[in-house]
Ligand binder design. Structure first.
Ligand SMILES: [Zn+2]
Length: 112
């Protein structure tokens, strides 16, 4: 059941919707796209960070961060998952994006 339909009518434009159909009004289409992008961002968080030095608490934190961005409470959140892995959650054109950065650092001491 489409959650954008309440009592058989679109929550945005009020048009009565039959059966399992979805309303095609601009607001309903935009909201569905936003929800799909959010779902993809959450799947991506699991795929990119599960394991790999990211424990269950930290994974939960990343999901909470993505939800904050979805809700408009933040526009960008950066988390150092480990010394070399960084998670960046950000908003772009109303959708949530996830980026995993792997830093490779090599230090050498040059002796005289
Ligand atoms: Zn509608």
């Amino acid at each position: 059941m489409d959650e954008l339909i309440e009592n058989g009518a679109c929550v945005f434009c009020g048009q009565v919707i039959a059966g399992d159909a979805a309303c095609a009004c601009a607001a309903a289409v935009a909201e569905r796209k936003k929800q799909e992008a959010a779902d993809r961002a959450h799947s991506e968080i699991d795929e990119l960070f599960r394991g790999d030095g990211c424990d269950a608490d930290l994974l939960e934190y990343l999901h909470a961060g993505a939800s904050m961005i979805e809700g408009g409470a933040a526009v960008k959140i950066t988390v150092d998952v480990s010394g070399t892995v960084q998670a960046l959650l950000y908003e772009k054109k109303g959708a949530v994006y996830v980026r995993r950065t792997y830093k490779q650092v090599r230090d050498a001491r040059i002796a005289d």
